[in-house]
Design a protein around this ligand. Structure first.
Ligand code: BES
Ligand code: ZN
Length: 622
């Protein structure tokens, strides 16, 4: 059907108004508006995605058509998508009726709204587009950046609001959709998504995927590379580059036990398979809970299984986050706080209370340090669990607050009223809210009603006030009781009063004891002291990324030049932001260090993902 010039004009004016006016109408009575998305789900929302794409390594471009099945309100005349850096080539409705659309001006954080005019009866919107070579979610690796050094590699990182840089979507965690995909890649490579996955390459280079459970856009994921698979159990396994897959399978041998343990705690795993893809070292995070296929950093391959709590963490997100999802990034603690709690319980179940208490204790120290640094930076409002990130990047909310203040809040409720009750609550919370969206303001009455009705317990107002809406940490925050760390503390205090540490005293220490030791050394060490410590713990020679980072900070602070080459190599080869930030931050504290940091960064920057680059550019003043 043809639109008359007048109607067209009216529509375009309406479009412009909608795009420029971020105020949303009555739809927001039910759920808060997501300040990080242009979507207006009450007007028209997506339900299913069919994604047909070709991955072009030569030009670093994904050429694709996103066919969205939509649901629009009766009087809807447009649907709005989020995009960032996409080149929109064509938009059609249903069976190829050309559609009117408008791409709004670019916002440096949010990107560009794409508004498409729809008609009564529009059920499908087909968007043909290509990504830009520097799409923020996508990292294109050259062969040199892989273990095999032979083939290029690609992975995406969509959380929090980067999905829009590779798929035009309604990029808000409250909007779920199912998807299927057909992806064409170079013939030597395998493609994987956050969906049902192939386990081996085929001759065509065309792979198909299906995700039947509805997911929010931040869980869209793709990876392409020379990837092999090794099963761990009937329903789980490891993907990695061929030369690494055995090492990975050994490191994560307890994967099935973790899944079974998690189910035992809080109910059935709802996503069918659970596989882990171990990526090249430029992956900017430790892990990402892409449904069915966790993406993980190779920096947790410690060779002794000591860093596998990260897998428990990503697995736990299959409930907290992927089933029950934060409504907006202001409620991020609901995702991460519950996940750290669940992760710690999985680790306790598998490896005992003393193991879990070491993790909790390290987390508490990290939390105290984060609160101090946020306060020092004038960001003390960010130490509340409930955030207000409108106008800022949601990345600003990715701090220890959501994770570990969130964890200690939940642990407080557990300890105040008993673990049995809390476990019953958590399980029902996940079940009753599965595939739904949760706000902090809905969570509070939910847990209060639950405790009231099930156990006749009235949870105090102050509990929520103190943790969620107050800065810092309440004085009654629980303290973990770690006997193993108490022993470390005893040795530390003897050392501080001048006695040398006998190797026998530390020979049974795990990574965690060493980390606690390193993180509690005095700030200043003499050359003699630091040399003796290195001889004791072999830190400079360590292959454990957590140890290298903790030690690196100490070495930089104390001018321990012997460790510099190691730190430099580590900074160049590793893209995990959690390690880069403390090392670069320590380096820039002196003028000479700042020069070294700048030199290393100039060299390493092309190896890092956008997420790491944007934090480091800020830190190093680029
Ligand atoms: N979902 C997060 C990673 C994330 C958060 C990416 C926010 C983008 C925005 C993931 O589950 C996570 O928390 N990873 C942690 C590991 C964990 C053990 C604390 C990480 O990457 O360090
Ligand atoms: Zn997480």
């Amino acid at each position: 059907m043809k639109i008359t010039i007048i109607t067209k004009l009216i529509c375009l004016v309406a479009l412009a108004m909608v795009i420029s006016c971020r105020e949303k109408t009555t739809e927001s009575v039910m759920k808060p508006t997501d300040p990080h998305s242009f979507a207006q789900p009450a007007v028209a929302r997506v339900k299913h995605l069919h994604w047909k794409a070709a991955v072009d390594f030569d030009n670093k471009i994904i050429q694709a058509t996103a066919t969205w099945t939509i649901e629009a309100s009766a009087d809807a005349d447009l649907i709005t998508f989020d995009t960032k850096g996409l080149t929109i080539e064509k938009v059609t409705l249903n069976d190829n009726v050309v559609a009117e659309y408008r791409l709004a001006d670019n916002d440096s954080i949010l990107g560009q709204a794409l508004a498409v005019l729809i008609k009564p009866g529009t059920t499908q919107v087909n968007i043909t587009y290509k990504t830009s070579p520097d799409a923020e979610a996508v990292q294109w690796l050259n062969p040199q950046q892989t273990a095999g050094k032979k083939y290029p590699f690609l992975f995406t990182q969509s959380q929090a609001i980067l999905a829009r840089s590779w798929v035009p979507c309604q990029d808000s965690p409250g909007i779920r959709f199912t998807y299927d995909a057909e992806v064409t890649v170079p013939k030597d490579l395998l493609a994987l998504m956050s969906a049902s996955n192939p386990q081996a390459k085929n001759d065509s280079g065309i792979y198909t995927f299906s995700m039947k459970q509805p997911i929010p856009s931040y869980l869209l994921a793709l990876s392409v590379g020379d990837i092999a698979f090794k099963p761990i159990s009937e329903r789980s396994g490891i993907y990695a580059e061929p030369s690494l897959v055995d090492t990975c399978a050994w490191e994560f041998a307890d994967l099935e036990k973790m899944i079974a343990g998690a189910e035992d705690l809080y109910g059935k795993y709802q996503w069918d398979r659970y596989d882990v893809l171990v990526l090249p070292p430029s992956f900017p995070f430790g892990g990402m809970e892409n449904p069915r296929l966790t993406f993980a950093t190779p920096t947790i391959l410690a060779g002794d299984r000591s860093l596998t709590s990260l897998i428990a963490h990503e697995l736990a997100h299959s409930w907290s986050g992927n089933l029950v999802t934060n409504a907006t990034w202001d409620d991020f603690w609901l995702n991460e706080g519950f996940t750290v709690y669940f992760e710690t319980r999985i680790m306790e179940k598998l490896y005992g209370k003393d193991y879990a208490e070491m993790l909790a204790s390290l987390n508490l120290q990290g939390l105290h340090e984060e609160i101090k640094s946020l306060n020092d930076a004038g960001l003390s409002a960010d130490t509340k669990l409930k955030l207000h990130l409108e106008g800022r990047s949601p990345d600003d909310g990715v701090t220890e607050i959501a994770y570990n203040k969130g964890y200690y809040f939940l642990r407080t409720i557990e300890e105040q009223n008993g673990r049995d009750k809390f476990d019953q609550f958590v399980k029902d919370y996940f079940t009753q809210n599965a595939f739904k969206v949760m706000t902090t303001e809905e969570f509070i009455p939910f847990i209060r009603n639950y405790y009231q009705q099930k156990f006749s317990i009235a949870l105090a107002d102050s509990l929520f006030q103190d943790w969620i809406y107050t800065e810092g940490l309440p004085a009654y925050c629980p303290t973990p009781a770690s006997d193993r760390f108490a022993k470390v503390d005893a040795i530390l205090s003897q050392w501080k009063s001048g006695s040398t540490i006998q190797p026998a005293a530390t020979s049974a220490w795990s990574t965690h004891e060493w980390l606690h030791f390193l993180k509690n050394l005095p700030d200043t060490l003499s050359l003699q002291q630091i040399t003796a410590l290195d001889a004791l713990g072999k830190f400079t020679a360590s292959g454990n990324s957590e140890i290298i980072t903790a030690w690196g900070v100490i070495a930089i602070r104390n001018n321990y030049t012997k460790a510099y080459p190691k730190i430099e190599t580590f900074l160049i080869n590793t893209g995990r932001r959690k390690f880069l930030m403390p090392l670069y931050s320590e380096l820039i504290k002196t003028p000479e260090g700042k020069k070294r940091a700048t030199d290393i960064y100039t060299h390493a920057r092309p190896n890092y993902h956008f997420v790491a680059v944007s934090s480091l550019d800020k830190l190093l003043g680029r």
